[in-house]
Design a protein around this ligand. Structure first.
Ligand code: HEM
Length: 412
């Protein structure tokens, strides 16, 4: 049996050295107790064990039903939105299936492939704007590419009017910022709910060909208890809009910085010897947008292979980033960015019934952004040494504060 520390490992909410922290977690065994802002949970870093738990009916995401601490935590924990929302993200069993199937068909891979032209048109506009900067000027690619693309795409799909998209961006950023106090988070949630209410009112009076209108119709046609409740409608919109913003931003940011710091691999893709999709998958493996996913709960006692027990009602943290670099999965080179590695399997989109609904869309957006960016600006480079790129202040999301670059001459 691995050594189990007597007190939980306190996770750093600023995420300043997350790779070092993930190494410590892995070294402590497949499952280790951690402290997340005062909440104790089992961090699972062993990929095989994590997959087993993510597909087990003995593990739930419904805190209301399966977490005795829920009522207390929901009042005081800064991350309470992550466990308290009423949507598929925190649902279990038949409730989860009901909430997911209302919107899942619209995100199926085949439907998303039809959006290729829409995504390309949005990227073209963004690159045209980038081309207005001088070749030697420093441009923050996070601000001028990584954010605008997912915001425009999810805004288009959900029917969020252009003048409201910036508001949602600020509020989505707040959800992922684990350095905010409970009071600051509560204020953020209040503003987010007000913005969602405005969106629902506007779409209910003037429905469009978008997913917000589709969800409102599901609410209004089927009524309480059968389709969506008012809280489920509001929180499903919250999930779709915020999940679609922040995560994809970080993958675009990470993939660009990985390519710029590994020019030989960038040249291989530009020469046609590797695919942009290889870059996307290897970036997702090495620097997943979601490092840890709070929370899951043991429905009953779970005996672990190493002899430990997760007792019924205890919380579980899916530590995806630590699992993705596990040497048992990717060998001694698990920490290395290598777009030609044979297996680039990862858990960046989760696993099991809660597998990310937006994965095909996210993959399309990131691959399109990379292909078009490096084609248009083939001599793009970082404007600062890679060691000066600062991580965001977050235990959950994995991006940089900014991504300063110089575009070089445009190929167009
Ligand atoms: C690269 C970008 C993205 C990453 C890395 C990502 C990651 C994830 C992860 C890790 C989960 C699983 C959570 C769990 O363990 O329970 C998840 C779930 C989810 N994601 Fe994403 N996501 C991305 C983009 C998107 C986009 C673009 C959308 C929507 C358009 C989206 C919508 C969702 C939804 C609705 C769920 C909840 C599914 C459920 O609970 O059944 N995601 N995502």
């Amino acid at each position: 049996m691995e050594h189990q520390p007597t007190t939980p490992i306190v996770l750093d909410l600023t995420g300043a050295d997350h790779h070092g922290e993930h190494e410590t977690l892995r070294a402590s065994g497949p499952a280790v107790l951690v402290d997340i802002l005062g909440v104790t949970a089992w961090s699972i870093t062993d990929p095989a064990l994590l997959k087993t738990l993510l597909t087990s009916p003995d593990v739930s995401k419904d805190g209301r039903a399966h977490w005795p601490d829920f009522q207390e935590v929901i009042q005081t924990w800064p991350l309470n939105l992550w466990v308290g929302v009423n949507n598929m993200f925190t649902a279990y069993g038949s409730d989860h299936r009901r909430l997911r199937r209302i919107i899942a068909p619209a995100f199926a891979a085949r439907r998303i492939a039809d959006l290729t032209c829409v995504v390309e048109a949005i990227v073209t506009d963004i690159l045209d704007h980038l081309a207005t900067f001088r070749a030697d000027e420093t441009v923050d690619l996070r601000e001028h590419l990584a954010y605008p693309l997912p915001i425009a795409v999810i805004g288009h799909l959900m029917g969020v009017p252009a003048d409201q998209r910036t508001v949602f961006r600020t509020l989505a950023d707040g959800i992922f910022d684990t350095t905010l106090s409970t009071k600051q988070q509560q204020a953020n949630t209040k503003k987010l709910y007000a913005a969602l209410k405005r969106l629902i009112v506007a779409k209910r009076s003037a429905p469009g060909d978008d997913m917000t209108s589709l969800l409102i119709a599901a609410r209004d046609e089927e009524g309480d208890g059968h389709g969506l409740s008012d809280a489920e409608l509001r929180d499903t919109l919250l999930l779709m809009i915020t999940a679609g913003y922040e995560t994809t931003v970080n993958v675009i940011d990470q993939a660009i910085s990985l390519l710029l710091t590994h020019p030989e691999q960038l040249h291989r893709v530009q020469a046609g010897a590797a695919r942009w999709n290889d870059v996307v998958e290897e970036s997702l493996r090495l620097e997943p947008a979601v490092k840890h996913l709070p929370l899951r709960y043991a429905v009953k006692d779970i005996q672990l292979p190493d002899g430990q027990t997760i007792a019924a009602g205890e919380a579980i943290l899916a530590s995806y980033a630590a699992a993705n670099r596990h040497p048992d999965w990717h060998g001694e080179s698990a920490d290395v960015f290598d777009i030609s590695r044979v297996s680039k399997d990862h858990l960046a989109f989760g696993y099991g019934v809660h597998f990310c609904l937006g994965a095909p869309l996210a993959r399309l957006e990131v691959a399109t952004a990379l292909r078009m960016l490096f084609t248009r600006f083939p001599r793009l480079e970082l404007a600062v040494p890679a060691t000066q790129l600062r991580p965001q202040g977050s235990l959950i999301s994995n991006g940089h504060k900014s991504l300063p670059a110089q575009l070089g001459p445009s190929a167009a």
